[in-house]
Structures are given as C-alpha cells and as structure tokens.
Design a protein around this ligand. Structure first.
Ligand code: SAH
Ligand code: MG
Length: 219
C-alpha cells in the first residue's frame, strides 16, 4: 500500500472524478484484475493535462504493458502524430495489440517488441514527449538515450519513482534485496534534478511521478 499519499484524500479525489470512457474503464478493470501495474488516475490526469498543453506529434513510451496509457495518450496527439511504445513481454503485447485494434489506433500506436536497453540505442527519430514506465532499476540507464531522443522543450515524465515511499527511506531500513533498485532510483532522481539540460519537478502523487523539460542539448 502506498505510503506517500493519504487514503482519505485519494478517496475524496476519486469521488469527484468525472465518469471514465467505457472502453478505457474496461481496460483498466481488466488490467487491475490481472495485476497489471497500469498508471494510477492521478498520473493519467497529469499526462492528459501535459499532453493537452503540448499537443505532441511523436510520443515515446517505455513500458507498454496492455496498452492502457498508450491508448489514453493517443487521444492527445497532434494530427498525423504517432506513439512508439516499447515492451519486452510477449503476453503483454498480445493483449495490447487486441486493445489497440479495438480502439482503432493500430496505425498510430506502434509497439516495438524487445528490451528497451537494446531498442533505445537504435532509435533515431526525435520525440516531443517521453513516458518512462518500465523496470524501475533501469531508469538511470535509459536516461541518456531519452535525453538524446527528446527534442529541446520536450517533456519527459517518469512514473513510480518513489516506490511506495521506499526511495525516501534510508538504505538500511529497507530489505536487502531492494537496495540496488533503491540506489539506482535515488541516482535517477538526483540526475533529473541536477542535469543542466533538464528542469524537473518530482511529484509525490500516486507512486511518485516526475516531469522534466529539456532545456538544451546535452554537452
Ligand atoms: N505504461 C503502462 C504500464 C507499464 S507496466 C500503463 O500504464 O498502462 C511496466 C511494463 O514495462 C511491463 O509490462 C514490463 O514488461 C515492461 N518492461 C519493464 N522493463 C522493460 C524493459 N527493460 N524493456 C521493455 N519493457 C520493459
Ligand atoms: Mg507505472
């Protein structure tokens, strides 16, 4: 259970939500039933606001899962826009393809199958918006590629950066098996805050999310 937000506040915010589109809600329910870690509502709304402001043409997502966040983001693309989304699990891709087809977005959302670690170095298209939502221990190694692929004034959003609050706790207070990922996520957040090419805000919403704007090309 998340330790970074108060349950009564989340419940209140949930209660004042507008009703969700039936199809999106169907994907959400099925994903939750199957234990797929899709974005929480606060992050969904965060993406929707940012994308409404930016109207990106090309979005890159790392971590498709069943296509829930991709399908949501695809509504906010500029005309002729595309989403490139990376996923390594064949089972997830099968489900994602089914939903993407049902949503009529098969020509807009393109899934790249494989590990982001090997796919990212081979991408050469520029992106306006990048959504990082894959294995948390890998964000720090994906970052240099994201910086290169993102255009100046482009936006990088990353999800689950606080890991139920563990990231903010001392290394010694958390289970040994989580320490590597804890260290890597701390390194990632440090880099987002200190990299001269980025302006970042770390938001303690949902499971922790960051928004970074690329200010200039890296040196
Ligand atoms: N963005 C989705 C949820 C993604 S869950 C949504 O909100 O709807 C994270 C997904 O990232 C999982 O499906 C997992 O298989 C995938 N993943 C994790 N590490 C990866 C990697 N290195 N390369 C490709 N996919 C990865
Ligand atoms: Mg997530």
């Amino acid at each position: 259970m998340s330790e970074i937000t108060y349950e009564f506040i989340r419940e209140y915010l949930q209660a004042i939500q507008e009703d969700e589109d039936e199809f999106i809600d169907h994907i959400r329910q099925e994903a939750l039933t199957n234990g797929v870690p899709i974005i929480k509502n606060e992050v969904k709304q965060l993406l929707e606001v940012l994308l409404t402001i930016q109207r990106p043409k090309h979005i890159l997502e790392i971590g498709t899962a069943v296509g829930y966040s991709s399908i949501i983001m695809s509504k906010y693309l500029d005309e002729g826009g595309t989403i490139t989304t990376i996923e390594r699990s064949k089972d997830m891709i099968d489900v994602a393809n089914k939903y993407i087809k049902m949503a009529g977005k098969e020509t807009i959302i393109n899934i790249l199958e494989g590990d982001a670690q090997s796919i990212l170095p081979n991408l050469n298209q520029r992106f306006d918006f990048i959504f990082m939502d894959a294995a948390k221990g890998q964000y720090i190694s994906f970052l240099p590629y994201c910086l290169k692929l993102l255009r100046v004034e482009g936006i990088l959003v990353s999800d689950n950066v606080l890991q139920d609050g563990y990231v903010a706790k001392s290394r010694w207070s958390i289970p040994r098996r989580q320490r590597t990922i804890h260290g890597r996520m701390r390194e990632y957040l440090w880099e987002l805050n200190h990299n001269k090419a980025l302006r970042t805000v770390i938001l303690p919403i949902a499971d922790g999310a960051t928004i970074s704007c690329k200010l200039k090309e890296g040196e």
